[in-house]
Design a protein. Structure first.
Length: 186
């Protein structure tokens, strides 16, 4: 009877690990896709900036839109790349200290950091939703240039970016727990 219970427990644990692996891989696939797509935002950013420089200095006719478009594209690129950067382990760390720690200690540090950040990101994501709705309902505009674009499309970027960042932090929690348990962190 004990062997049967042990087999069932191991089977349930394996199924749970399989589900967590699938969830982590799904989150990382989404953050990776959005992060790579965000890199293509640089193309219109560079084109708009080059056109503005040409129009301003060669033709003596600066645009009314290039500053604001550049402002929004730069912000979008940065925000949509946050989760991808976390996935790739490219956020700033103090490796001088953490590099001397064992894998287990680094996993504990990562877990504590993620455990602190996750509720904050969930709260921030919730607030971003209300920020988006308020901007849409009020018809708020940017006021950054004569173009004066509506702000709600950029706030959609905020909401998507912080949602993805919260999901990636959750994936990092799963990976840290897996490292602490001695399993694969992939």
């Amino acid at each position: 009877m004990r062997d049967a219970a042990r087999v069932q427990l191991l089977s349930a644990t394996a199924k749970g690990n399989g589900a967590m692996n699938a969830l982590t891989k799904s989150i990382e696939r989404i953050t990776g896709t959005v992060g790579i797509a965000a890199s293509f935002v640089l193309v219109p950013l560079v084109l708009a900036t080059c056109y503005e420089v040409f129009a301003r200095y060669a033709m003596g006719a600066p645009t009314i839109w290039a500053y604001e478009v550049g402002f929004l594209l730069t912000g979008s690129h940065f925000l949509l790349g946050m989760a991808y950067t976390l996935r790739e382990g490219a956020h700033i760390r103090i490796d001088v200290f953490s590099g001397k720690f064992s894998t287990r200690t680094r996993a504990i540090i990562d877990l504590v950091g993620s455990a602190v950040m996750l509720p904050l990101m969930i709260w921030l994501t919730y607030q971003m939703y209300h920020y988006l709705v308020d901007g849409y309902q009020s018809g708020e505009t940017s006021g950054q240039s004569a173009l004066n674009l509506p702000v709600w499309p950029f706030r959609v970027v905020f909401l998507v970016a912080f949602t993805l960042f919260a999901l990636q932090i959750f994936a990092e929690v799963i990976k840290s727990v897996r490292r602490l348990a001695g399993g694969s962190a992939a």
